[in-house]
Design a protein around this ligand. Structure first.
Ligand SMILES: [Zn+2]
Length: 479
Protein backbone atom coordinates (compact mmCIF):
# COMPACT_ATOMS: atom_id res chain seq x y z
CA UNK A 1 0.00 0.00 0.00
CA UNK A 2 1.24 3.49 -0.82
CA UNK A 3 2.48 5.52 2.11
CA UNK A 4 -0.27 7.70 3.46
CA UNK A 5 0.93 11.00 4.83
CA UNK A 6 0.44 11.30 8.55
CA UNK A 7 -1.47 14.53 8.09
CA UNK A 8 -4.11 12.76 6.00
CA UNK A 9 -4.45 10.07 8.65
CA UNK A 10 -4.88 12.48 11.53
CA UNK A 11 -7.17 15.01 9.88
CA UNK A 12 -10.00 16.03 12.24
CA UNK A 13 -12.96 13.71 11.74
CA UNK A 14 -15.52 15.73 13.66
CA UNK A 15 -15.98 19.33 14.85
CA UNK A 16 -14.59 18.54 18.30
CA UNK A 17 -11.27 17.47 16.81
CA UNK A 18 -10.76 20.75 15.00
CA UNK A 19 -7.85 22.47 16.77
CA UNK A 20 -7.49 26.16 17.49
CA UNK A 21 -10.79 27.17 15.86
CA UNK A 22 -13.14 27.12 18.86
CA UNK A 23 -15.20 30.01 17.47
CA UNK A 24 -15.94 27.93 14.38
CA UNK A 25 -16.61 24.71 16.29
CA UNK A 26 -19.06 26.51 18.58
CA UNK A 27 -20.87 28.40 15.82
CA UNK A 28 -21.25 25.37 13.58
CA UNK A 29 -22.32 23.03 16.37
CA UNK A 30 -25.08 25.48 17.27
CA UNK A 31 -26.11 26.01 13.64
CA UNK A 32 -26.32 22.27 12.99
CA UNK A 33 -28.20 21.56 16.23
CA UNK A 34 -30.73 24.18 15.18
CA UNK A 35 -30.87 22.94 11.57
CA UNK A 36 -29.68 26.30 10.38
CA UNK A 37 -26.75 25.47 8.12
CA UNK A 38 -26.39 27.79 5.16
CA UNK A 39 -26.22 26.50 1.60
CA UNK A 40 -22.95 28.30 0.87
CA UNK A 41 -19.87 28.80 3.04
CA UNK A 42 -16.64 30.58 2.30
CA UNK A 43 -13.85 29.18 4.47
CA UNK A 44 -11.01 31.67 4.76
CA UNK A 45 -7.55 31.22 6.29
CA UNK A 46 -3.88 30.36 5.90
CA UNK A 47 -2.89 26.93 4.66
CA UNK A 48 -3.12 24.12 7.14
CA UNK A 49 -5.58 25.75 9.54
CA UNK A 50 -8.43 23.28 8.94
CA UNK A 51 -10.51 24.73 6.09
CA UNK A 52 -10.75 21.64 3.90
CA UNK A 53 -11.19 19.36 6.90
CA UNK A 54 -14.08 21.52 8.10
CA UNK A 55 -15.65 21.56 4.65
CA UNK A 56 -15.54 17.75 4.60
CA UNK A 57 -16.97 17.55 8.11
CA UNK A 58 -19.86 19.81 7.10
CA UNK A 59 -20.47 17.89 3.88
CA UNK A 60 -20.74 14.70 5.93
CA UNK A 61 -22.84 16.31 8.64
CA UNK A 62 -25.43 17.45 6.09
CA UNK A 63 -26.16 13.83 5.25
CA UNK A 64 -25.23 12.03 8.47
CA UNK A 65 -28.11 9.81 9.62
CA UNK A 66 -27.39 10.44 13.30
CA UNK A 67 -27.28 14.19 12.79
CA UNK A 68 -30.49 14.18 10.76
CA UNK A 69 -32.17 12.04 13.41
CA UNK A 70 -31.14 14.41 16.22
CA UNK A 71 -32.34 17.40 14.21
CA UNK A 72 -35.71 15.73 13.67
CA UNK A 73 -36.04 15.06 17.41
CA UNK A 74 -34.88 18.55 18.30
CA UNK A 75 -32.04 17.11 20.39
CA UNK A 76 -29.01 19.40 20.66
CA UNK A 77 -25.82 17.86 19.27
CA UNK A 78 -22.37 17.65 20.76
CA UNK A 79 -19.37 18.64 18.60
CA UNK A 80 -18.06 15.06 18.83
CA UNK A 81 -21.23 13.82 17.10
CA UNK A 82 -20.86 16.05 14.07
CA UNK A 83 -20.69 13.91 12.04
CA UNK A 84 -21.08 10.43 13.56
CA UNK A 85 -18.55 8.89 11.15
CA UNK A 86 -20.21 5.48 11.39
CA UNK A 87 -23.49 5.60 9.49
CA UNK A 88 -23.65 4.38 5.86
CA UNK A 89 -23.75 7.98 4.62
CA UNK A 90 -20.63 8.99 6.59
CA UNK A 91 -18.76 5.85 5.53
CA UNK A 92 -19.73 6.12 1.88
CA UNK A 93 -19.20 9.82 1.25
CA UNK A 94 -15.81 9.47 -0.44
CA UNK A 95 -17.24 7.31 -3.19
CA UNK A 96 -20.60 9.06 -3.34
CA UNK A 97 -21.54 10.70 -6.65
CA UNK A 98 -23.30 13.35 -4.58
CA UNK A 99 -20.09 14.69 -3.11
CA UNK A 100 -17.80 16.56 -5.50
CA UNK A 101 -14.49 17.99 -4.40
CA UNK A 102 -11.98 19.77 -6.62
CA UNK A 103 -9.14 22.24 -6.59
CA UNK A 104 -9.73 25.46 -8.49
CA UNK A 105 -5.99 25.89 -8.99
CA UNK A 106 -6.01 23.00 -11.46
CA UNK A 107 -9.61 23.42 -12.67
CA UNK A 108 -9.77 27.14 -13.43
CA UNK A 109 -11.69 27.35 -16.69
CA UNK A 110 -15.42 27.70 -17.16
CA UNK A 111 -15.38 24.35 -19.05
CA UNK A 112 -13.77 22.57 -16.06
CA UNK A 113 -16.18 24.11 -13.61
CA UNK A 114 -19.27 23.50 -15.76
CA UNK A 115 -18.29 19.87 -16.10
CA UNK A 116 -17.70 19.46 -12.37
CA UNK A 117 -20.92 21.27 -11.44
CA UNK A 118 -23.00 19.72 -14.22
CA UNK A 119 -25.04 17.59 -11.85
CA UNK A 120 -25.88 20.41 -9.45
CA UNK A 121 -29.35 20.92 -10.88
CA UNK A 122 -30.23 17.23 -10.75
CA UNK A 123 -31.62 15.58 -7.64
CA UNK A 124 -29.04 13.72 -5.51
CA UNK A 125 -28.70 10.02 -6.26
CA UNK A 126 -28.11 8.69 -2.76
CA UNK A 127 -27.97 11.53 -0.26
CA UNK A 128 -30.27 14.19 1.04
CA UNK A 129 -27.95 17.03 -0.04
CA UNK A 130 -25.37 17.26 -2.83
CA UNK A 131 -22.16 18.82 -1.60
CA UNK A 132 -19.52 20.69 -3.60
CA UNK A 133 -16.16 21.46 -2.03
CA UNK A 134 -13.95 23.84 -4.02
CA UNK A 135 -10.43 24.53 -2.78
CA UNK A 136 -8.49 27.70 -3.63
CA UNK A 137 -11.64 29.27 -5.06
CA UNK A 138 -9.83 32.58 -5.73
CA UNK A 139 -7.99 30.86 -8.59
CA UNK A 140 -11.14 30.48 -10.72
CA UNK A 141 -11.36 32.39 -13.98
CA UNK A 142 -13.87 35.22 -14.29
CA UNK A 143 -16.27 33.12 -16.40
CA UNK A 144 -15.98 30.20 -14.00
CA UNK A 145 -16.89 32.47 -11.09
CA UNK A 146 -19.98 33.61 -12.97
CA UNK A 147 -21.15 30.06 -13.54
CA UNK A 148 -20.85 29.36 -9.81
CA UNK A 149 -22.56 32.60 -8.89
CA UNK A 150 -25.74 31.60 -10.67
CA UNK A 151 -25.89 28.46 -8.56
CA UNK A 152 -25.19 30.26 -5.30
CA UNK A 153 -27.69 33.02 -6.01
CA UNK A 154 -30.60 30.70 -6.72
CA UNK A 155 -29.47 27.45 -5.18
CA UNK A 156 -31.38 24.26 -5.92
CA UNK A 157 -32.80 23.14 -2.55
CA UNK A 158 -30.65 20.04 -2.38
CA UNK A 159 -27.22 21.63 -2.95
CA UNK A 160 -24.56 23.02 -0.59
CA UNK A 161 -21.28 24.76 -1.46
CA UNK A 162 -18.09 24.92 0.59
CA UNK A 163 -15.57 27.27 -0.95
CA UNK A 164 -12.12 27.48 0.62
CA UNK A 165 -9.50 30.16 0.03
CA UNK A 166 -6.15 31.28 1.37
CA UNK A 167 -6.58 34.68 -0.30
CA UNK A 168 -9.79 36.33 0.73
CA UNK A 169 -8.89 39.58 -1.06
CA UNK A 170 -8.81 37.80 -4.40
CA UNK A 171 -12.28 36.30 -4.00
CA UNK A 172 -14.78 38.41 -5.97
CA UNK A 173 -17.11 40.51 -3.86
CA UNK A 174 -20.08 38.86 -5.60
CA UNK A 175 -19.09 35.51 -4.09
CA UNK A 176 -18.19 36.89 -0.68
CA UNK A 177 -21.55 38.58 -0.28
CA UNK A 178 -23.49 35.41 -1.04
CA UNK A 179 -21.64 33.11 1.35
CA UNK A 180 -21.46 32.74 5.10
CA UNK A 181 -17.86 33.46 5.93
CA UNK A 182 -15.86 31.30 8.34
CA UNK A 183 -12.55 32.87 9.32
CA UNK A 184 -9.88 30.36 10.34
CA UNK A 185 -7.22 31.69 12.71
CA UNK A 186 -3.55 30.83 12.81
CA UNK A 187 -3.23 28.07 15.41
CA UNK A 188 -1.32 29.21 18.53
CA UNK A 189 2.10 27.59 19.01
CA UNK A 190 1.21 26.08 22.41
CA UNK A 191 -1.80 24.32 20.89
CA UNK A 192 0.24 22.89 18.05
CA UNK A 193 2.99 21.77 20.45
CA UNK A 194 0.62 20.07 22.85
CA UNK A 195 -1.26 18.41 19.99
CA UNK A 196 2.01 17.01 18.60
CA UNK A 197 2.93 15.64 22.01
CA UNK A 198 -0.41 13.83 22.23
CA UNK A 199 -0.05 12.58 18.69
CA UNK A 200 3.44 11.21 19.29
CA UNK A 201 2.25 9.49 22.44
CA UNK A 202 -0.43 7.72 20.43
CA UNK A 203 2.34 6.59 18.06
CA UNK A 204 4.47 5.32 20.96
CA UNK A 205 7.21 7.88 20.47
CA UNK A 206 8.30 10.43 23.04
CA UNK A 207 8.48 13.97 21.73
CA UNK A 208 10.35 16.36 24.01
CA UNK A 209 8.79 19.69 24.88
CA UNK A 210 11.60 21.62 23.15
CA UNK A 211 11.19 19.57 19.98
CA UNK A 212 7.41 20.07 20.00
CA UNK A 213 7.90 23.82 20.40
CA UNK A 214 10.38 23.85 17.56
CA UNK A 215 7.86 22.20 15.22
CA UNK A 216 5.23 24.70 16.27
CA UNK A 217 7.50 27.67 15.62
CA UNK A 218 8.50 26.36 12.20
CA UNK A 219 4.89 25.74 11.25
CA UNK A 220 3.90 29.33 12.06
CA UNK A 221 0.26 28.56 12.79
CA UNK A 222 -0.29 25.80 10.24
CA UNK A 223 -1.21 22.40 11.67
CA UNK A 224 -0.57 20.70 8.36
CA UNK A 225 3.01 22.02 8.24
CA UNK A 226 3.58 21.06 11.86
CA UNK A 227 2.39 17.49 11.32
CA UNK A 228 4.37 17.23 8.09
CA UNK A 229 7.58 18.32 9.85
CA UNK A 230 6.83 15.93 12.67
CA UNK A 231 6.19 13.12 10.18
CA UNK A 232 9.63 13.61 8.60
CA UNK A 233 11.32 13.21 11.97
CA UNK A 234 8.98 10.45 13.11
CA UNK A 235 9.97 8.39 10.06
CA UNK A 236 13.58 8.40 11.26
CA UNK A 237 12.96 8.35 14.99
CA UNK A 238 13.74 5.60 17.41
CA UNK A 239 11.95 6.06 20.73
CA UNK A 240 12.52 9.71 21.43
CA UNK A 241 12.44 12.79 19.20
CA UNK A 242 14.63 15.50 20.71
CA UNK A 243 15.30 19.07 19.63
CA UNK A 244 18.63 17.88 18.24
CA UNK A 245 16.92 15.20 16.14
CA UNK A 246 14.59 17.83 14.71
CA UNK A 247 17.43 20.18 13.86
CA UNK A 248 19.41 17.39 12.22
CA UNK A 249 16.57 15.81 10.28
CA UNK A 250 15.17 19.08 8.99
CA UNK A 251 18.60 20.55 8.33
CA UNK A 252 18.14 23.51 10.65
CA UNK A 253 20.73 25.70 12.30
CA UNK A 254 20.73 24.56 15.90
CA UNK A 255 19.41 26.91 18.55
CA UNK A 256 22.71 26.43 20.38
CA UNK A 257 24.65 27.75 17.38
CA UNK A 258 22.25 30.64 16.90
CA UNK A 259 22.55 31.54 20.58
CA UNK A 260 26.32 31.49 20.29
CA UNK A 261 26.23 33.89 17.35
CA UNK A 262 23.83 36.18 19.19
CA UNK A 263 25.96 36.17 22.34
CA UNK A 264 29.13 36.86 20.38
CA UNK A 265 27.48 39.84 18.70
CA UNK A 266 26.12 41.12 22.02
CA UNK A 267 29.54 40.74 23.66
CA UNK A 268 31.22 42.38 20.67
CA UNK A 269 33.45 39.32 20.54
CA UNK A 270 34.33 39.04 16.89
CA UNK A 271 36.71 36.13 17.34
CA UNK A 272 33.97 34.03 18.89
CA UNK A 273 31.55 35.25 16.23
CA UNK A 274 33.88 34.23 13.46
CA UNK A 275 34.39 30.78 15.00
CA UNK A 276 30.65 30.20 15.43
CA UNK A 277 29.94 31.34 11.89
CA UNK A 278 32.59 29.11 10.33
CA UNK A 279 31.10 26.14 12.13
CA UNK A 280 27.58 26.91 10.91
CA UNK A 281 28.76 27.53 7.34
CA UNK A 282 30.60 24.23 7.36
CA UNK A 283 27.36 22.39 8.06
CA UNK A 284 26.38 23.23 4.49
CA UNK A 285 23.34 25.39 5.20
CA UNK A 286 22.66 28.34 2.94
CA UNK A 287 23.56 31.74 4.30
CA UNK A 288 20.01 32.96 3.66
CA UNK A 289 18.49 30.17 5.73
CA UNK A 290 20.97 30.93 8.49
CA UNK A 291 20.00 34.61 8.39
CA UNK A 292 16.31 33.74 8.53
CA UNK A 293 16.86 31.35 11.42
CA UNK A 294 18.76 34.11 13.18
CA UNK A 295 15.84 36.51 12.80
CA UNK A 296 13.48 33.86 14.15
CA UNK A 297 15.71 33.23 17.13
CA UNK A 298 16.08 36.95 17.83
CA UNK A 299 12.32 37.22 17.86
CA UNK A 300 12.18 34.49 20.51
CA UNK A 301 14.80 36.25 22.61
CA UNK A 302 12.96 39.57 22.29
CA UNK A 303 9.70 37.90 23.24
CA UNK A 304 11.30 36.39 26.33
CA UNK A 305 12.74 39.76 27.32
CA UNK A 306 9.37 41.41 26.91
CA UNK A 307 7.70 38.71 28.97
CA UNK A 308 10.20 39.16 31.77
CA UNK A 309 10.20 42.96 31.44
CA UNK A 310 13.88 43.20 30.56
CA UNK A 311 14.11 46.43 28.58
CA UNK A 312 17.86 46.90 28.52
CA UNK A 313 18.65 44.87 25.42
CA UNK A 314 15.47 45.34 23.44
CA UNK A 315 16.70 48.20 21.28
CA UNK A 316 19.90 46.33 20.54
CA UNK A 317 18.00 43.15 19.58
CA UNK A 318 15.62 45.08 17.35
CA UNK A 319 18.47 46.79 15.59
CA UNK A 320 20.19 43.42 15.24
CA UNK A 321 17.30 41.75 13.40
CA UNK A 322 16.67 44.90 11.37
CA UNK A 323 20.26 44.83 10.07
CA UNK A 324 19.99 41.14 9.14
CA UNK A 325 16.67 41.74 7.42
CA UNK A 326 18.30 44.52 5.40
CA UNK A 327 21.01 42.26 4.00
CA UNK A 328 18.82 39.21 3.26
CA UNK A 329 17.60 40.78 0.02
CA UNK A 330 21.14 41.56 -1.00
CA UNK A 331 22.23 38.00 -0.12
CA UNK A 332 19.60 36.41 -2.34
CA UNK A 333 21.00 38.03 -5.47
CA UNK A 334 24.66 37.67 -4.65
CA UNK A 335 27.15 34.95 -5.38
CA UNK A 336 28.73 35.47 -1.99
CA UNK A 337 25.84 35.50 0.50
CA UNK A 338 27.97 34.06 3.31
CA UNK A 339 30.49 36.87 3.18
CA UNK A 340 27.67 39.44 3.15
CA UNK A 341 26.15 37.84 6.24
CA UNK A 342 29.51 37.63 7.95
CA UNK A 343 30.32 41.27 7.20
CA UNK A 344 26.91 42.39 8.42
CA UNK A 345 27.29 40.49 11.67
CA UNK A 346 30.83 41.74 12.13
CA UNK A 347 29.54 45.26 11.68
CA UNK A 348 26.85 44.81 14.33
CA UNK A 349 29.40 43.18 16.61
CA UNK A 350 31.88 45.99 16.10
CA UNK A 351 32.76 47.65 19.38
CA UNK A 352 31.55 51.22 19.65
CA UNK A 353 35.21 52.29 19.79
CA UNK A 354 36.94 50.78 16.80
CA UNK A 355 38.95 47.66 17.50
CA UNK A 356 41.15 48.48 14.59
CA UNK A 357 42.59 51.66 15.95
CA UNK A 358 42.47 50.84 19.62
CA UNK A 359 44.19 47.67 20.65
CA UNK A 360 42.22 46.45 23.61
CA UNK A 361 43.65 44.25 26.27
CA UNK A 362 41.03 41.57 25.85
CA UNK A 363 42.45 38.07 25.87
CA UNK A 364 40.95 37.39 22.49
CA UNK A 365 42.99 40.02 20.77
CA UNK A 366 46.30 38.93 22.20
CA UNK A 367 46.46 35.70 20.33
CA UNK A 368 49.15 35.41 17.68
CA UNK A 369 48.36 33.67 14.44
CA UNK A 370 50.79 31.35 12.74
CA UNK A 371 51.84 31.78 9.11
CA UNK A 372 49.47 28.95 8.24
CA UNK A 373 46.57 30.71 9.99
CA UNK A 374 47.27 33.86 8.03
CA UNK A 375 47.53 31.94 4.77
CA UNK A 376 44.18 30.32 5.44
CA UNK A 377 42.59 33.67 6.26
CA UNK A 378 44.18 35.31 3.24
CA UNK A 379 42.92 32.68 0.77
CA UNK A 380 39.53 32.53 2.40
CA UNK A 381 39.04 36.28 2.27
CA UNK A 382 40.38 36.49 -1.25
CA UNK A 383 37.85 33.91 -2.39
CA UNK A 384 35.05 35.74 -0.67
CA UNK A 385 35.76 39.25 -1.87
CA UNK A 386 32.48 40.87 -2.96
CA UNK A 387 31.70 41.52 -6.62
CA UNK A 388 32.66 45.17 -6.41
CA UNK A 389 36.17 43.94 -5.56
CA UNK A 390 36.53 41.79 -8.67
CA UNK A 391 39.79 43.46 -9.69
CA UNK A 392 41.33 43.04 -6.28
CA UNK A 393 40.25 39.40 -6.26
CA UNK A 394 41.81 38.84 -9.67
CA UNK A 395 45.18 40.36 -8.83
CA UNK A 396 45.34 38.62 -5.46
CA UNK A 397 44.71 35.34 -7.21
CA UNK A 398 48.27 35.72 -8.51
CA UNK A 399 49.70 36.42 -5.08
CA UNK A 400 50.96 34.09 -2.37
CA UNK A 401 51.51 34.64 1.34
CA UNK A 402 55.21 34.27 2.01
CA UNK A 403 55.80 35.49 5.53
CA UNK A 404 54.03 36.71 8.65
CA UNK A 405 55.81 38.34 11.54
CA UNK A 406 55.23 41.31 13.83
CA UNK A 407 51.77 41.72 12.36
CA UNK A 408 53.15 42.23 8.86
CA UNK A 409 51.98 39.90 6.09
CA UNK A 410 54.42 39.63 3.19
CA UNK A 411 52.81 38.67 -0.08
CA UNK A 412 54.56 37.89 -3.33
CA UNK A 413 53.29 38.77 -6.80
CA UNK A 414 54.38 36.90 -9.91
CA UNK A 415 55.04 40.10 -11.87
CA UNK A 416 55.96 43.70 -11.30
CA UNK A 417 52.88 44.92 -13.16
CA UNK A 418 50.52 43.00 -10.89
CA UNK A 419 52.42 44.26 -7.89
CA UNK A 420 51.98 47.82 -9.18
CA UNK A 421 48.26 47.34 -9.64
CA UNK A 422 48.00 46.34 -5.99
CA UNK A 423 48.25 50.02 -5.06
CA UNK A 424 48.08 51.58 -1.60
CA UNK A 425 44.36 52.02 -1.82
CA UNK A 426 43.77 48.34 -2.56
CA UNK A 427 46.39 47.27 -0.06
CA UNK A 428 44.70 49.23 2.70
CA UNK A 429 41.33 47.76 1.87
CA UNK A 430 42.66 44.21 2.04
CA UNK A 431 44.55 45.03 5.23
CA UNK A 432 41.23 46.10 6.66
CA UNK A 433 39.58 42.80 5.68
CA UNK A 434 42.30 40.75 7.34
CA UNK A 435 42.44 43.04 10.38
CA UNK A 436 38.71 42.66 10.92
CA UNK A 437 38.94 38.94 10.61
CA UNK A 438 41.64 38.57 13.27
CA UNK A 439 40.49 41.49 15.38
CA UNK A 440 43.82 43.26 15.19
CA UNK A 441 45.46 45.77 12.94
CA UNK A 442 47.92 44.20 10.51
CA UNK A 443 50.03 45.54 7.61
CA UNK A 444 50.63 44.07 4.18
CA UNK A 445 54.01 44.24 2.51
CA UNK A 446 54.38 43.25 -1.13
CA UNK A 447 57.32 41.80 -3.05
CA UNK A 448 57.78 40.40 -6.51
CA UNK A 449 58.71 36.76 -6.30
CA UNK A 450 58.96 33.75 -8.56
CA UNK A 451 55.97 31.52 -8.93
CA UNK A 452 57.22 28.83 -6.64
CA UNK A 453 57.36 29.29 -2.93
CA UNK A 454 53.97 29.72 -1.40
CA UNK A 455 52.07 29.08 -4.60
CA UNK A 456 51.57 25.43 -3.80
CA UNK A 457 49.02 26.68 -1.27
CA UNK A 458 46.73 27.19 -4.17
CA UNK A 459 46.26 23.44 -4.28
CA UNK A 460 44.65 23.52 -0.85
CA UNK A 461 42.00 26.01 -1.76
CA UNK A 462 38.60 24.45 -2.02
CA UNK A 463 36.83 24.06 -5.33
CA UNK A 464 34.43 26.89 -4.78
CA UNK A 465 37.18 29.36 -4.21
CA UNK A 466 39.01 28.12 -7.27
CA UNK A 467 35.89 28.80 -9.28
CA UNK A 468 35.64 32.29 -7.83
CA UNK A 469 39.22 32.99 -8.67
CA UNK A 470 38.81 31.59 -12.17
CA UNK A 471 35.78 33.83 -12.75
CA UNK A 472 37.71 36.80 -11.50
CA UNK A 473 40.66 35.93 -13.70
CA UNK A 474 38.38 35.54 -16.71
CA UNK A 475 36.82 38.90 -16.04
CA UNK A 476 40.16 40.49 -15.62
CA UNK A 477 41.65 38.56 -18.51
CA UNK A 478 44.49 37.20 -16.51
CA UNK A 479 45.86 33.74 -17.07
ZN1 LIG B 1 -23.04 9.70 10.18
Amino acid sequence: MAYEALYTRVRPKNLAQLIGQEHITTALTRAISNSRLSHAYLLVGTRGTGKTSTARILAKAMNCEKVLQAQKEGRPLNATEIPCGKCPSCLGINSSPDNVEFDAASNRSVEDVSRLLSTANLAPLQSRVKTFIIDEVHMLSFEAVNSILKLIEEPPPHVAFFLATTEFNKVPQTIRSRCQILNFHLIPNEMIASYLQKLSKSLNVELTKEAARKFARLAAGSMRDAVTYFDQCYAMADKVISLEDVEKTLGLVSDADLDEIISAVKDENRTALSAALSRVFRSGLSAVSIAEALIGRLRDVEYNHLKRHIDSELAMLENFSEEIRKVIGEMQYSGIPDIILEMALMKIAAPKISMLTENTSSANTKRTESLDDIKKIFYELRGKLPDNEKNLRAMLSEAAVLKFSNDVVTIGFTSQSLSNMFNDDRRERFEEYISRKINRKIKIEKVVSQKGEGYADYQDIDEREKRNIQTAMDLFQIN
